[in-house]
Ligand binder design. Structure first.
Ligand code: NDP
Length: 336
């Protein structure tokens, strides 16, 4: 495993990070979830990402249980706050001081730890003054409940405003967590240059486009049993953006490119996001331990420039690059 610094900080994280969205507490049973976490640890993954909202808090509990007994200093544990959890009462959501202060305590209890390494604003809250949110994060850091602060799916301008306030308040905002893959490159024109300038890294989600870039979904055919696209508990709905025959056919055409690079398609997808210097980690999910073992082999891989160009040629116009999508896909108001 290779490790990278997270933003302009001294914290090192594994460049392949394990995330448990849609799997723990939902698609996969707890014993398989634990096997995936064990596989991740065995393969040298030290960084784990979750969120209070995943499986409505259950994903944090499953991860906390699976990591029990590990030496805490060897792990980097990340979680998030913003989306509603619990009964959905008026203050059970967003980035108000009240919701942040209550949420961090709930997350720490479920994760069975005294602190998280990174506490992330899961989205930007248009209803809370940014000053209030940042002051609350400053207090969370000062109380020792989180070591660093990150955000997720913020625009370049929001990241700049956040970093300015964090600097004034004396804590480190060091990461953004956006979607990024060969198929979804909307961060490249604005978020990445601004983040690089400010010392903020990207920890990128769905580098395999939720499994689509593994090549296992053939155009015109039903998804394989047990796959996310066949998961009626939530996965099928989440992945449907990529499940159209034009995208799936282009992805099939990447097979010879992967073969020539000596990688599986899944490894090619993960290696591709890691070629971007502003990316500190590829956040991969897994429904089976064997997937973890396969995907970690993307660590440390350098792709030749002709491989990168051929990927662009093959995928052509199915790639989404519009920088406006970050703002467009963000919630316009709190979800409660
Ligand atoms: P990926 O793109 O890595 O997709 C993972 C899924 O792809 C697996 O669950 C599995 O699904 C399939 N897969 C993985 N490896 C292979 C393989 N080798 N061969 C075939 N299929 C494979 O990432 P996710 O979409 O799971 O997201 C990763 C993490 O990112 C999340 O857990 C979460 O931590 C974070 N995230 C953050 C968000 C945010 O808003 N900040 C939003 C979404 C995710 P299956 O076997 O079921 O088909």
């Amino acid at each position: 495993m290779d490790f990278r610094y997270l933003g302009n900080s001294g914290l090192k994280i594994s460049e392949i990070t394990y995330g448990n969205w849609l799997t723990h507490g939902s698609q996969v049973e707890n014993d398989v979830a634990t096997q995936c976490v064990r596989a991740a640890l065995d393969e040298g993954i030290s960084t784990f990402d979750t969120a209070d909202v995943y499986a409505n808090t259950v994903a944090e509990s499953v991860l906390g249980e699976a990591l029990k007994g590990e030496r805490r200093a060897d792990l980097e544990i990340f979680t998030k706050v913003y989306f509603p959890t619990g009964p959905g009462a008026k203050n059970d959501t967003g980035l108000s001081r009240k919701h942040i202060m209550e949420s961090i305590d709930g997350s720490l209890e479920r994760l069975q730890t005294d602190y998280v390494d990174l506490y992330q604003a899961h989205r930007y809250d248009t209803e809370t003054p940014l000053e209030e949110t940042m002051q609350a994060f400053a207090d969370v850091v000062r109380s020792g409940k989180a070591l660093y602060i990150g955000v997720s799916e913020w625009t370049a301008e929001q990241i700049r405003d956040g970093v300015t306030l964090a600097t004034e308040l004396g804590f480190q905002l060091i990461s953004n967590q956006p979607q990024y893959s060969m198929l979804w490159r909307v961060i490249e024109d604005e978020v990445v240059p601004t983040s690089s300038e400010l010392g903020v890294s990207q920890i990128v989600w769905s580098p395999m486009a939720q499994g689509v870039l593994s090549g296992k979904y053939a155009p015109g055919q039903a998804p394989p049993e047990g796959s996310r696209a066949a998961d009626e508990k939530g996965g099928a709905d989440m992945i449907k953006r990529f499940m159209n025959d034009q995208v799936l056919a282009r992805v099939q055409d990447l097979k010879p490119v992967a073969e020539e690079a000596g990688l599986s398609m899944a490894q090619l997808a993960v290696a591709w996001v890691l070629q971007n210097d502003n990316v500190a980690a590829a956040l991969v999910g897994a429904s089976r331990p064997e997937q973890v073992a396969e995907n970690v082999k993307a660590a440390g891989v350098r792709l030749e420039s002709d491989v990168v160009s051929r990927i662009d040629e093959v995928l052509g116009d199915v790639v989404e690059k519009d920088a406006g999508k970050t703002a467009e896909t963000a919630p316009k108001q709190r979800m409660a």
